[in-house]
Structure formats: structure tokens, C-alpha cells
Design a protein around this ligand. Structure first.
Ligand code: ADP
Ligand code: ASP
Ligand code: MG
Length: 410
């Protein structure tokens, strides 16, 4: 079999852990598998590098950021390849430009356009384990690019798709995908299987166990992903096409995102073209808007609230101040104390009353809903941040997801 294995930051956090990773790779190698390994930077390293960049300039040059933050993965690639060799397992590290992971030029958030697999294949055919740094690629001009935070997952799945691997294993610090983040809901349960569609929603709504784009890739090229722990054996969650033996619950998972802020524009004229004016300004500034609500107008004035990623919060606020000034009416405020709580499940397609159940249980707990957004398989509510984790636990219980026994801390 050809297997792509990705090891996240906590799994390669020090030399001892890198040695454990090497032992696991050798075990698979001895079973006659071809192995491509994708590694993250040591836990905390990408943040450390970014903090240095921001201490030089609050908005550092993005091309240079990518040159800087891609080094974390490079260090681990070399250390792992060396470790494998000392354990008599032939290995070679191939950086993004050598493995020919070609991306567009959107520094810090690049998209993989293609992978020229010949180089990797020829090293595999020489019997070597190929170690590739995740998160990095190279654009058509040869500039180093990175794939957005958590991007090593995407490197792994894209490599698995391009090499036609039989399986893509993602090793992390939890032993699979849970019904809710096990770090905030101690009654969450590990799912044996989850569909690409549900995983995509969970990832976009805050379950950072897989980067969103990695799931998009997996779904498009039908790559099965197995999420496992690098610390304990067993367990695992298979992310794959919807199959008939998947659990048919109303709700599969509950997610939580505290990385958004809410911006409210108050007292703007309630007439055609206002929303286009405001959201046009945001799109011109390349700001992605998430949940939007417009309230009932009075005196021909309207209030519009929307959420954006926290990292875009201040920029969006400024853009709105300029847009409101141009209208000659209205004011802007920002609320950073919000959280978005969501329920996800293919089962929602066939169960009635899921939304009303969600809203009533939140209101019974005294949790006020500031905004709502829905799709066929998810419902999200924006609530006060201090109630976010409580909301996750309450919804988890209400939709029958609680495990019998409390899961031990990992
Ligand atoms: P890595 O460094 O290995 O890429 P991440 O920190 O990016 O690991 O992702 C693993 C983390 O994802 C877990 O520690 C867990 O807190 C979080 N997480 C959030 N939601 C879920 C979920 N539904 N199931 C499992 N883990 C989740
Ligand atoms: N090191 C990068 C990050 O911390 C990429 C990754 O770990 O997936 O975001
Ligand atoms: Mg990750």
C-alpha cells in the first residue's frame, strides 16, 4: 500500500516524540508499505515565528512571512529524516520546491494548483521513506508560499490525491473526530466514521482537527482520511463518502468558534442599495463575511450586524466607518465577546424541529441568540462568548450525543 501519514505539531514537539514517530513509520515500512510522511512544525513554533515578525512590523511583508514560517516544518523534516536513518530506515526529506508542490501566489494563504509527483515517486521506488514539510509550497516563480494555519493537513491530503495513495492518515493529539471538541465537552464521543460533507461543515464551523481545505480535497478526489492519535494506539475516525452504516442521528456534532467578532452598523438609511454599498466595501477589502442579520427598520433606518474573522475585525470596523461616513448617516460598533455555536448533521435533512429544539434549549439556559444562520445540514447561533462552552455542552446532551462514561483526559 502507499500511505501518506501526517504528524501534527504536538506529535513532533521534541526529539523524543520525533523518535516515536520514526518508530511508528518503521513499523508500517516493515509491512512493505510505501510511506510519504508530512510533518508540521513543532507545537508553538509557527506562533513563535509570527510573533517575531509582528514585533518588527504590525503588518509584516507577506512574502517574507512565508519565507519565515515555512522554516518550522523544514526543521522537523530534516530531524525526522535523520532520525529514521539512524534507525536504519532509508529516508530523504524533500522541501516544497523539491517535491514540486506548486501553489498560486497568495502568500500566507496559498492554494495548491498541482503537484508534480515524479520526484517523490522515484525516491519511493528507491525504497526510501519520503519526508515532506507540510504547510509549504512554491509558486510558479519559485517563491515560497504557505497554505494558511493548519495547512499541513491539506499538504497531506493533496499529496495523497496526487500520488493515488490508498490512505491518508492524520496523526494528532486526539484519537479521532469527536461529536464535540473533547477539550471543552468531556462527554463527547469519538465517531467511527463521518462523511466528507459533515466533516467539511464541522471544520468550517470551528473543529480545527482538520483544516477545511484538506476535507475539500479529500471529497473532490475521494481520498479516505483516517484521523488517529500519535500517542495511543487504536481508535481513529474514518472520513469518507456517506455510507449506509453511518449513524443516523439528527445531529452528528456540535462545534464552537470563538474566533469571530460582530460588527453592527446602526441607523443607516433603509433603502435599496445600502447592503450592496456596505458589503461591497468589505469585499473590496478582501474581507470574508460570515453571519449577517438585518433588523426591522424604524423611521426608515436599518441596523445591520455581521460577523468576520477576529483577524479581520479591526480592518472591517475601519472599512465600515468609512462606508457609513460616505452615507452621511449611521454609526458602527464592534463586539469581540461573541462565540458561534453550531450543530451539524446529515440527519437534519430528514428530521423536523431540529432548529426549534436548538433555540428553545438555549433560551431555557438563559442564553440569548444574537444571530442565526442555517444550511441544509447545519444551524449556527451567535451567542455571548461567556455562554459558548455551556451552549456546546447543553446542545450535546439535548441531541443525545453524550457518552455514557466520561472520557478520560488525554
Ligand atoms: P495538530 O497540531 O495535530 O494539527 P490541531 O490542534 O490542529 O492538531 O487539531 C487537534 C485539536 O482539534 C484537538 O486537540 C481538539 O482540541 C481540536 N478539536 C476541535 N474540535 C474537535 C472535534 N470535533 N474532534 C476532535 N478534535 C477536535
Ligand atoms: N505549522 C502550521 C500551523 O501551525 C501548519 C500546521 O501545523 O498544519 O498552522
Ligand atoms: Mg492542525
Amino acid at each position: 500500500m502507499l500511505i501518506v501519514q501526517k504528524y501534527g505539531g504536538t506529535s513532533v514537539a521534541d526529539l523524543e516524540r520525533i523518535k516515536n514517530v520514526a518508530k511508528r513509520i518503521i513499523k508500517y515500512r516493515e509491512e512493505d508499505n510505501y510511506i510519504v510522511v508530512v510533518v508540521s512544525a513543532m507545537a508553538g513554533e509557527t506562533d513563535r515565528l509570527l510573533n517575531m515578525a509582528h514585533s518588527i512590523n504590525s503588518i509584516p511583508d507577506e512574502r517574507e512571512i512565508d519565507v519565515l514560517i515555512s522554516t518550522g516544518e523544514q526543521v522537523v523534516s530534516a530531524l525526522l529524516a535523520m532520525t529514521l536513518k539512524t534507525m536504519f530506515c532509508d529516508a530523504i526529506s524533500l522541501l516544497g520546491y523539491q517535491a514540486k508542490i506548486i501553489t498560486d501566489s497568495s502568500y500566507t494563504n496559498a492554494r495548491i494548483s498541482r503537484i508534480e509527483k515524479n520526484h517523490i515517486m522515484s525516491e519511493l521506488n528507491k525504497g526510501k521513506v519520503v519526508v515532506v514539510p507540510g504547510f509549504q509550497g512554491v509558486d510558479e516563480e519559485g517563491n515560497i508560499t504557505t497554505l494558511g494555519r493548519g495547512g499541513s493537513d491539506t499538504s497531506a491530503v493533496a499529496l495523497a490525491a496526487s500520488l493515488g495513495a490508498d490512505l491518508c492518515e492524520i496523526y494528532t493529539d486526539v484519537d479521532g473526530v469527536y461529536t464535540a471538541d473533547p477539550n471543552i465537552c468531556d462527554k463527547s464521543r469519538r465517531l467511527d466514521k463521518i462523511s466528507y460533507e459533515e466533516m467539511l461543515e464541522m471544520a468550517s464551523l470551528g473543529a480545527k482537527v482538520l483544516q477545511i481545505r484538506s476535507v475539500e480535497f479529500a471529497a473532490r478526489y475521494n481520498v479516505p482520511i483516517l484521523v488517529k492519535s500519535s500517542f495511543i494506539d487504536g481508535g481513529g475516525t474514518l472520513v469518507c463518502k456517506e455510507v449506509s452504516d453511518m449513524e443516523k442521528m439528527e445531529v452528528t456534532g456540535v462545534t464552537y468558534n470563538k474566533n469571530e467578532v460582530k460588527i453592527t452598523v446602526t441607523g443607516v438609511p433603509d433603502k435599496p442599495g445600502i447592503a450592496a454599498h456596505l458589503f461591497g466595501a468589505l469585499s473590496d477589502a478582501h474581507i470574508v463575511v460570515d453571519v449577517i442579520v438585518q433588523n426591522v427598520s424604524r423611521d426608515n433606518l436599518a441596523d445591520i450586524s455581521f460577523t468576520v474573522a477576529k483577524t479581520d475585525g479591526r480592518k472591517a470596523f475601519k472599512v465600515m466607518e468609512d462606508a457609513v461616513r460616505a452615507l452621511g448617516k449611521g454609526s458602527v460598533s464592534i463586539n469581540e465577546d461573541i462565540a458561534k455555536v453550531s450543530i451539524v448533521g446529515l440527519g437534519m435533512r430528514s428530521h423536523f424541529g431540529v432548529a426549534s429544539k436548538m433555540f428553545s434549549v438555549l433560551s431555557e439556559e438563559g442564553i440569548n441568540i444574537m444571530a442565526i444562520t442555517t444550511s441544509e445540514i447545519k444551524i449556527s447561533c451567535v451567542v455571548e462568548k461567556k455562554y459558548g462552552e455551556l451552549a456546546v455542552r447543553v446542545l450535546h446532551s439535548t441531541f443525545g450525543l453524550d457518552s455514557e462514561a466520561v472520557i478520560e483526559e488525554k
